[in-house]
Design a binder for this molecule. Structure first.
Ligand code: NAD
Ligand code: TYD
Length: 353
C-alpha cells in the first residue's frame, strides 16, 4: 500500500480518488483534518476498504512510527501542509509547525522505517514530497519560466516554509540516502478546492451575489494546472522519477488574475444567467503584502524524462471545474460553515476598508 498524508485536502483527495480508480493498491490516508481537511470529499470511498483513514498529525512521531510498522507502505506521498498564502501572512506559526517541523518529523520517522526494511523493499521504497513553484519567488513579465535549477527565493511565509521543507527532503537524500522525489507544481484548480483560493472563492461569491475581490490591479500572473493533471504527474514521478530528482509540473497556462475572473464570470453568465453580468460584482481591493507578480513553469524535464503531458487545457479544465461547483453546492455549503466565516472577516473586511 501507499501512505498519503493530507489526503483529506484538495489535491490529496483528488489524488486518492484518481489512484483508486486506476489501481487496487490500498491507500492509507493520514490527515489532521484542519479547516482545509474534509472527509466529505472522500465520501464515495466510505464503503471501500482500499481507503484507510488515520486521524493524525505528520508531526506526531509515535503515531507515525506505529502506522509505518503496522501498514508497511511501499511509498509515502506528502501532501500535508498549510497551503494558503494569505493565512500565512495573518499567522505564520502553523506554517512553520506543519510545513517545516511536521515534514522534519515525518522524514525522521521515514528514515527509521527505511532503515528497518529488507534490501528488496529498500530498493522500491520512495518518499515523494509535493511542493510548489512559489519557492522560486516572483518573475517579471520578461523572465524565463522557473526550471528545476532556478535558485530558491521564497517571498511569503508559506513559500518560505515549503522551501525549508524541500531543502530538508533534499538533505535527507544527500546525507542519509533516503530515496526521495520532489515535485514543484504551479497553481491547481478543480473539484474539492476550499473556497479560500481564488477560483472557488470567486465562484462561491459570484453565486451568492457578493463582491469578487481582486487584489491590487489584477495583473498578477499564475500558471494554472487542472488538479487531475497534477495527480497524473505525481503518479508518473512516483513510478518513473529518478531517485533524488526534482520535477517541475505546470500547465503552460499563464493567465492574469483578471483574465481568470473574467472567464469565470462569462461562464456563469452562460450557465446560470441573471439580470446583470457577474463581471459587475468585480471589486478591486487592497493588494496582498509582498504579492508575487508572476509564476511560470518550464516543465521540459518531466515532459522529456517521464513523457508526462497535461490532458486539460485551461479552457477544458475550467469548464469541468465550474460545472462541478454548480453541481456540488452542498459540499460548498458544508465547508463554508463555521471557521470559514471568521476567515472572510479577517481577510476581506480590512481590505475593503
Ligand atoms: P489543502 O490546504 O487543501 O489541504 C491540506 C491537507 O493537509 C488538509 O487535509 C489538512 O487537514 C492536512 N494537514 C494540514 N496540516 C497537517 C498536519 N500537520 N498533519 C497531517 N495533515 C495535515 O492543500 P492542497 O491545496 O491540497 O495542497 C496539498 C499540497 O500540495 C501542499 O503541500 C501544497 O503546498 C502543495 N501544492 C498546492 C498547490 C495548489 O495550487 N493548491 C500547488 C502546488 C503545490
Ligand atoms: P491563491 O488562489 O490564493 O493562490 P496563490 O496565492 O498560492 O497563487 O491566489 C491566486 C492569485 O489570486 C494570487 O495572485 C492572489 C489573487 N487573489 C485575489 O486577487 N483575490 C482573492 O480573493 C484571492 C484569494 C486571491
Amino acid at each position: 500500500m501507499i501512505l498519503v498524508t493530507g489526503g483529506a485536502g484538495f489535491i490529496g483527495a483528488n489524488f486518492i480518488l484518481d489512484w483508486l480508480e486506476q489501481s487496487d493498491e490500498p491507500v492509507l490516508n493520514l490527515d489532521k483534518l484542519t479547516y482545509a481537511g474534509n472527509l466529505e470529499s472522500l465520501e464515495s470511498l466510505n464503503d471501500d476498504n482500499r481507503h484507510i483513514f488515520v486521524h493524525g498529525d505528520i508531526g506526531e512521531r509515535n503515531l507515525l512510527a506505529s502506522v509505518l510498522a503496522q501498514y508497511h507502505p511501499r511509498a509515502i506521498i506528502n501532501f500535508a501542509a498549510e497551503s494558503h498564502v494569505d493565512r500565512s501572512i495573518h499567522g505564520p506559526e502553523d506554517f512553520i509547525q506543519t510545513n517545516v517541523l511536521g515534514t522534519f518529523h515525518l522524514l525522521e520517522e521515514t528514515r527509521a522505517y527505511y532503515a528497518s526494511l529488507n534490501d528488496a523493499d529498500k530498493a522500491s521504497f520512495r518518499f515523494l514530497h509535493v511542493s510548489t513553484d512559489e519557492v522560486y519567488g516572483s518573475l517579471s513579465a520578461s523572465d524565463p519560466a522557473f526550471s528545476e535549477i532556478t535558485p530558491y527565493q521564497p517571498n511569503s511565509p508559506y513559500s518560505a516554509s515549503k522551501a525549508a521543507s524541500d531543502h530538508l527532503v533534499r538533505a535527507y537524500h544527500h546525507t542519509y540516502h533516503l530515496p526521495v522525489l520532489t515535485t514543484n507544481c504551479s497553481n491547481n484548480y478543480g473539484p474539492y478546492q476550499f473556497p479560500e483560493k481564488l477560483i472557488p472563492l470567486v465562484l462561491n461569491n459570484a453565486l451568492n451575489g457578493k463582491p469578487l475581490p481582486i487584489y491590487g490591479d489584477g495583473s498578477n500572473v499564475r500558471d494554472w494546472l487542472y488538479v487531475g493533471d497534477h495527480c497524473s504527474a505525481i503518479r508518473a514521478v512516483l513510478s518513473k522519477g529518478k531517485v533524488g530528482g526534482v520535477y517541475n509540473v505546470g500547465g503552460d497556462n499563464e493567465k492574469t488574475n483578471l483574465q481568470v475572473v473574467h472567464t469565470l464570470c462569462d461562464m456563469l453568465d452562460e450557465l446560470q444567467p441573471k439580470n446583470s453580468s457577474y463581471r459587475e460584482q468585480i471589486t478591486f481591493v487592497k493588494d496582498r503584502p509582498g504579492h508575487d507578480q508572476r509564476y511560470a513553469i518550464n516543465a521540459t524535464k518531466i515532459f522529456n524524462e517521464l513523457g508526462w503531458r497535461p490532458q486539460e487545457t485551461f479552457e477544458t479544465g475550467i469548464k469541468k471545474t465550474v460545472a462541478w461547483y454548480l453541481q456540488h453546492q452542498d459540499w460548498v455549503a458544508n465547508v463554508t460553515s463555521g471557521e470559514y466565516r471568521n476567515w472572510l472577516t479577517k481577510n476581506y473586511v480590512e481590505r475593503a476598508a
